[in-house]
Design a protein around this ligand. Structure first.
Ligand code: FES
Length: 114
C-alpha cells in the first residue's frame, strides 16, 4: 500500500518521465499530471482556463512550464497562467487550479478534495 497516509490516492507511477503528461480522474475531478524537465511532479485541473482544451491531450512540457498547444498559454508548477510572445514578453493570463501532490513509494499521490 504505502503512500503518504490515509486519504491519499496514488494517481500515477513514478516512472512518468520528465516532460511526460497524462490524464487522471480522481472522484469527479478531471486532472492532468505532468513532470517538469527538472523532475518536479505537478497535478492540476485538466482543462485549460482559456477555452477548455484538455491538457493531457493538448499540453506539452516546456522546461518548468506546461504549455497548452491550442493557443500557447503556459502554466507554472503553481498554476500561474502566462502568454509569452516571440520577443519574450510575458503577459498574465488565467490560472490553473493546482492539486498538491507528493511523490513517494514509487507513485505520485494526491488527496481528493484536498
Ligand atoms: S484553450 Fe488553452 S490556450 Fe486556448
Amino acid at each position: 500500500m504505502g503512500g503518504p497516509g490515509e486519504g491519499w490516492v496514488r494517481i500515477c507511477d513514478s516512472s512518468l518521465p520528465a516532460g511526460g503528461i497524462i490524464g487522471a480522474t480522481v472522484g469527479d475531478e478531471d486532472l492532468v499530471v505532468w513532470r517538469s524537465m527538472a523532475g518536479i511532479p505537478c497535478v492540476a485541473e485538466a482543462r485549460c482556463p482559456h477555452q477548455w482544451s484538455h491538457l493531457a491531450g493538448e499540453g506539452a512540457v516546456d522546461g518548468e512550464e506546461l504549455v497548452c498547444l491550442t493557443h500557447l498559454w503556459r502554466f507554472t508548477a503553481d498554476g500561474q497562467g502566462w502568454k509569452e510572445n516571440v520577443n519574450g514578453r510575458r503577459d498574465r493570463k488565467g490560472d490553473l487550479v493546482v492539486t498538491p501532490c507528493v511523490e513517494q513509494d514509487g507513485g505520485i499521490w494526491v488527496q481528493p478534495g484536498g
